[in-house]
Structure formats: C-alpha cells, structure tokens
Design a protein around this ligand. Structure first.
Ligand code: NAD
Length: 359
C-alpha cells in the first residue's frame, strides 16, 4: 500500500530540490501517494496567502509531510510558513542529525550527533514587551512590586520553560536514542544562572532519564558544550536542548559536518511530522539546477525511518553517502574548487544516487 504524504515544493530552489528527493525516494521501491500542496512566496503572490488552509488540512489528514524551503520576505507583513506550521501542528520536536560523511571537507570528520531541539517554548515563545509600551510599563511595575528592578528603557522578552514542554522533548530524545540504538543523551542548559527555567529543564531531564536505564544520561552547561563539541565531538551522541540553545547548536552542528547543504531535519508533533532541510530557499539559485539536494534527501531518509521503512532508509542513506564519498557526480559545493566544470546539477546528483542504489 502506498503511503499518503503531503508534498510541499516550497519556493526558490525548493521545487527542484524536492523533485530530486522524490525521485530518489520512489527509487527505493517504497510506494507513495503524494498529495501536492502549496506554500511559500509564489503561492502568496498568486493567491494572497503563503500557507493555504488546504495545505494544513492535508498535513492533518496524512500526518506526514515533506517540504521544500520557503522564503520569508523581510518587512512585508508576511508570516513565516515554518512558524505557522510549527504552531498549527504543535511540531514540538526539531530533530537534526549532524553526521560528517566521508568525502566532505570538514575539520570534524568524527561528528555523528543528533540535536533534539524543543520548538515551542523559551525565548521563542513570542512573549515580548517593547520598550515604552503599555505592557512593558505594566510588567515593570509588577516586577518592581516583587522586588525586581528593570531599567525604564529596557525591552523585555520572557523565557517560559514548563514541566510539560521539557518532559515531552526529553522523552522524544530518549525515545529517539532507544529506537536508533544510540547510547547516550546529553541535556544542555544554563541552570547555574537561570535556575527556574533552565534549572527546571534539567530537573525534569534527570527525572525522565530514570525511566531509560539502558541509555546513559549526562548534562552540560551550554557554553561548555559548545567548547567540547568542537574539541571532542566523538564524545557526543544525542543532545537535547531548550529552543534557543537548540537553534544555535543546530547551526554549529551543520557547520561541523560541512555546511547547511548536509543538514536535514524532522519536525515532529502530536498530530503530524514534517521533514525538511535546515537551509533556506537559496533564491539566487532558483531554476538553475545547481544546489545540493543532500539535506532534503537526508530529510527523506528520516521520513522513511518515521514510516518504519528502515531497510529503504538504510539503502537510500548508503547511496547518498557513496556518491558523496566518490566525489565525481556531485554538486559544485562538494567540489574542491567551486568553479569545477565537472560539478553536476541537482537533478544529475539524484540520477547518481538512484544508480548507486540500483546497483
Ligand atoms: P539559505 O539557506 O537559503 O542560503 C544561504 C546560502 O547558503 C545560499 O546562498 C547558498 O550559497 C547556500 N546554500 C543553501 N542551501 C544550499 C544547498 N542546498 N546547496 C548549496 N548551497 C546552499 O539562507 P538565506 O539566504 O538566509 O535564506 C533565504 C530564504 O530562505 C529566506 O527567506 C529565509 O527566511 C528562508 N528560510 C527558509 C527555511 C525553511 O523553509 N525551512 C529555513 C531557513 C531560511
């Protein structure tokens, strides 16, 4: 039986990246019934809404989506499709494996970590009070009454971290580790300074860890974690973090494995899971059949794992890794010299992966 999957091409280079990914996914032999739905700036320009109701309805119905990147124009009143998606589907866990593949130029070739980022709370919750606003004045007054002085000319952002939010993200990290045969979860925090937000996160993490005796647990203060990741990356496995630290460490991880072109991801929620690359729509390369589809292809691998198609996932990942390691039929960014005339396009990279898989 075919898996029904919501298929969102996105904009910029999204359509060409997802087309390359779709062909490789189909070549695994797994059957898909793609429900093609639109989102992004092209959809906004055509019909006035970057995230149509039908796209959301499709994701709620199929509960699995694969998505090309979508542009968020700066200063246009246009709301980010990704923020809307996360909110509407309560996609609370952002899972970003960062593995350095042989053949990629990186100073951290032993990196093989998985970043599990909480996606709904923390300083990202959007609870902010502009300097001088009515809410800001009222909040400062309330704080003053509690003995906390905040300067009159301060803007204020609130950092809520709940037991509920911490527990479900830490469980997601341990469940991921258990399902994938990984042996350790590290919780990152700044509990020594933010005792009641990060401290709570750490306290919940320690309690949840007791339910997973088969998996080692440790914690690290976030600044120390960053230092250690770039000095001893092999010591880390699954890392679970509150939202803001997770955002920053995801990009650190992408840098360690050779760049955004290799960073795939999964956004997992209570109602649905959406698979997409970490990078954006790279609009300057739109329509040029040039950019590297690896990150979206790896997101496709994670989708296969989510669908319990482990064998297909393993074959697809191995084929991508082999093409990268050989370094012949790869995109410009994977060549030692970016002007190398032997670089192939997005679509030809997909051809190479399909041939590799069919061998
Ligand atoms: P970007 O990731 O689109 O591109 C930055 C640069 O990285 C590109 O110019 C290119 O040189 C390189 N790059 C990115 N992906 C690549 C690939 N697959 N292969 C080779 N090189 C690649 O970042 P940006 O320019 O900051 O953002 C462009 C738009 O994308 C913005 O509107 C942003 O809001 C949006 N965005 C969307 C998502 C998403 O949909 N998930 C994520 C991040 C950014």
């Amino acid at each position: 039986m075919a898996y029904e999957v919501t298929y969102i091409p996105g904009d910029g280079t999204g359509p060409e990246l997802i087309e390359a990914t779709r062909r490789v996914l189909e070549a695994t032999g797994v059957s898909f019934a793609w429900d093609v739905r639109q989102a992004g700036v092209d959809e906004y320009e055509a019909h006035g809404n970057p995230f149509p109701d039908e796209t959301l309805a499709s994701l709620k119905r199929t509960s699995v989506g694969i998505k090309g990147p979508t542009t968020t124009p700066v200063g246009s009143g246009f709301r980010s499709v990704n923020v809307l998606l996360r909110k509407e589907l309560d996609l609370y866990a952002c899972i970003r494996p960062c593995k350095a593949y042989a053949g990629v130029r990186t100073r951290f070739p032993e990196t093989d970590i998985v970043i599990v980022r909480e996606n709904t709370e923390d300083l990202y919750a959007g609870i902010e009070f502009e300097r001088g606003s009515e809410g800001n004045v009222a909040l400062r007054k309330a704080l003053e009454a509690l003995g906390a002085h905040v300067r009159e000319d301060a803007g204020i952002s609130i950092k809520p971290i709940s037991v509920f939010g911490s527990e479900r993200i830490v469980r997601a990290a341990f469940d991921y580790a258990r399902e994938r045969g990984r042996s350790k979860v590290t919780a990152a925090h700044k509990a020594n300074i933010m005792k009641f937000s990060d401290g709570l996160f750490l306290e919940v993490a320690r309690r949840v860890a007791e339910d997973y005796e088969d998996i080692e647990f440790e914690d690290r203060i976030i600044d120390n974690l960053c230092n250690q990741l770039v000095s001893r990356p092999a010591e880390y496995d699954v890392i679970v973090l509150p939202n803001l630290y997770g955002d920053i460490v995801s990009d650190l991880g992408a840098g360690m494995i050779g760049g955004l072109g290799f960073a795939g991801g999964a956004n997992i929620g209570t109602e649905a899971a959406v698979f997409e690359a970490t990078h954006g729509s790279a609009p300057k390369y739109k329509g040029l059949n040039k950019v590297n589809p690896t990150a979206l292809m790896l997101s496709g691998v994670y989708m296969l794992e989510h669908l319990q198609e482990q064998d297909a996932a393993r074959r697809m990942e191995a084929a991508i890794a082999a093409v990268i390691e050989r370094g012949e039929r790869v995109t410009y960014d994977l060549k030692p010299n970016r002007d190398d005339p032997s670089a192939v396009g997005t679509s030809e990279f997909a051809d190479a992966v399909i041939e590799e898989m069919n061998q």
